[in-house]
Design a protein around this ligand. Structure first.
Ligand code: ADP
Length: 195
């Protein structure tokens, strides 16, 4: 199955995507992780997007669509994938529908993780503190100001996708404020009900 994990920054998409990969074998396709890896490796793409990531803006649709187009042709995506942080705009969602259709595939399910802004802000704060406590460097976009900006980008550009996928009858809303295991259980139930 091809699944989109949908929700604001810090909703728990990455956590649940990793669990889905373990449980079902579908790889996690996180454009955020891929872009950060490019920045870290110092590739031309990484140099192109570094400042945009730090500001919490969106990179261009062409860049992320190109990355995903290459990725979904890899063998591990044969039986499906978990899209995490992609699509983030209507144009990206339309491009994804198109490239899947060309491959006789489709998005089966969009799982919306719903979390209040207040909780997202607390979680981001905690993520920074935990990373620093472990001696690591927090993400360059995990400052309180940038998080607020990422949230506003989410509401402006990404939240409208709920209507796009809603019209396709694909959205299941999950309470993302429940404990991690409860979210995992709710996701498993939505997937099994869909089969
Ligand atoms: P979040 O914690 O907000 O879910 P991600 O790790 O998904 O963050 O993404 C981090 C950053 O990478 C975004 O703020 C944006 O700059 C860039 N990015 C990731 N995915 C996309 C996308 N699909 N379209 C545009 N920009 C993206």
């Amino acid at each position: 199955m091809n699944i989109v994990l949908f929700g604001p920054p810090g909703a728990g998409k990455g956590t649940q995507a990793k669990i889905l990969t373990e449980q079902r074998g579908w790889p996690q396709l996180s454009t955020g992780d891929m872009l950060r890896a490019a920045v870290k490796a110092g590739t031309p793409l990484g140099k192109q997007v570094e400042a945009i990531l730090t500001k919490g803006e969106l990179v261009t649709d062409a860049i992320v669509v190109g990355i995903i187009a290459e990725r979904i042709d890899q063998a591990d995506c044969r039986d499906g994938a978990v899209f995490d942080g992609f699509p983030r705009t209507i144009a990206q969602a339309e491009a994804l529908d198109g490239m899947l259709a060309e491959r006789a595939k489709k998005i089966d399910l969009v799982l919306e993780l719903k979390v209040d802004d207040q909780v997202l802000i607390q979680r981001a704060d905690q993520r920074v503190k935990e990373t620093v406590a472990k001696g690591g460097a927090p993400r360059s976009d995990d400052t309180p100001e940038t998080l607020k900006h990422r949230l506003s980008v989410y509401y402006k550009n990404t939240a409208p996708l709920l209507h796009f996928y809603g019209r396709q009858g694909k959205v299941v809303t999950i309470d993302g404020m429940a404990p991690i295991e409860a979210v995992t259980t709710a996701i498993a139930a939505a997937i099994d009900a869909h089969k």
